[in-house]
Design a protein around this ligand. Structure first.
Ligand code: MTE
Length: 315
């Protein structure tokens, strides 16, 4: 039985620190650095020192036609509980993560099980740009220009067997690199899962970069899932294991609060979180709120997969 602290992002969405206040604080910090004030924590400098390599990618049709959220917000306002539960904790602490060399264990119902070096699993000559909406369950959203490859291309490489029905993912869990693991806020390692047809959908993506550069650690370096029609917590970071299974895999958030976070977690303005509405969202960097769209606006590409399912029960 886990002992739980009350989590900041499980509080009412009105009570979590507003990103405007948060980003203003970051701006103040940056200003202080320019002015020569010496009080910044050393970890902030360490994070800045990681040089992110440019990635070559070809564009694709996946672009919502909305301006991307500024890079500073995408990389400094994060959820990555292995580095702390505050929005600024990941940017401050994730310099401890070593994203290279990196390997991913592939097991379960596949014909090509192995521990793959990242470069053998992801074809870095076939990277694509994809601009996706990211809708967090906390009712904020961003537009993120990712770089990566379709999840389907990796699945084809590892050859799922005919009995495989689900794909399970696992994040690294290393206390030396991840100070947040000291707290039992979730069932570590962080786990997530998709039905195989969801994983094979054109939209399901494995990101290795954003804004044309390698992923910053706090965004899930070196490999993270992006499932834009689902709430952001399905987009598991720093993946070290991919398993094909015939039964629905357990997922960290569902274990932690099954009434609040279901396995599917499709963005659905008609199904409220038990403690707040999901009808509207605040786009980071904007004032006011906008209506949340069913499947986060990707319904024409994904709704068929849920035909006949009661989405108020299968949330
Ligand atoms: N993956 C891991 N391993 N740990 C986490 O805490 N947080 C999730 C998801 N992936 C999380 C994770 C949540 S709640 C969200 S909203 C997104 O990452 C946030 O991604 P971002 O920080 O790149 O915006």
């Amino acid at each position: 039985m886990l002992i739980k602290r009350s989590e900041r992002w499980q509080e009412s969405e009105n009570s979590v620190t507003s990103e405007t206040i948060y980003l203003n604080r970051r701006r103040l910090l940056a200003g202080a650095a320019v002015a020569g004030a010496a009080a910044l924590a050393p970890s902030v400098f360490a994070q800045r020192d990681r040089v992110l390599k440019p990635l070559a990618a070809r564009s694709t049709a996946f672009d919502p036609g909305e301006s991307p959220t500024p890079e500073a917000a995408i990389t400094q306002y994060n959820n990555y509980y292995e580095f702390g539960t505050g929005k600024d904790d990941p940017a401050e602490n994730a310099w401890r993560l070593k994203p290279a060399p990196w390997s991913v264990k592939v097991d379960g119902l596949v014909d090509k099980p192995a521990t793959y070096a990242l470069e053998d699993l992801v074809d870095f000559n076939a990277l694509e740009d994809r601009i996706y909406r990211l809708r967090c369950v906390e009712a904020w959203s961003m537009i993120v220009p990712w770089v990566g490859i379709p999840l389907a291309s990796v699945l084809k490489k590892i050859e799922p067997q005919s009995g495989a029905k689900y794909v399970a993912f696992e994040t690294l869990a290393d206390r030396k690199q991840m100070p947040g693991l000291r707290w039992p806020v979730l069932d570590w390692p962080y786990t997530e899962g998709l039905r195989l047809d969801e994983a094979m959908n054109d939209l399901a993506f494995l990101a290795v970069g954003l804004y044309g550069k390698e992923l910053p650690n706090q965004n899930g370096a070196p490999l993270r899932l992006v499932v834009p029609w689902k709430y952001g917590f399905k987009s598991i970071k720093s993946i070290v294991r991919i398993s094909l299974t015939d039964t629905q895999p357990a997922t960290s958030w569902n274990i932690s609060a099954p009434r609040e976070y279901g396995f599917y977690s499709n963005v659905n303005p008609m199904v409220n979180h038990p403690r707040w509405s999901q009808r509207r969202e605040r786009r980071i960097g904007e004032f006011g709120r906008r209506e949340t769209a069913m499947f986060n606006g990707y319904g024409d590409l994904v709704a068929d997969m849920y035909a006949g399912m009661d989405l108020s029960k299968n949330y």
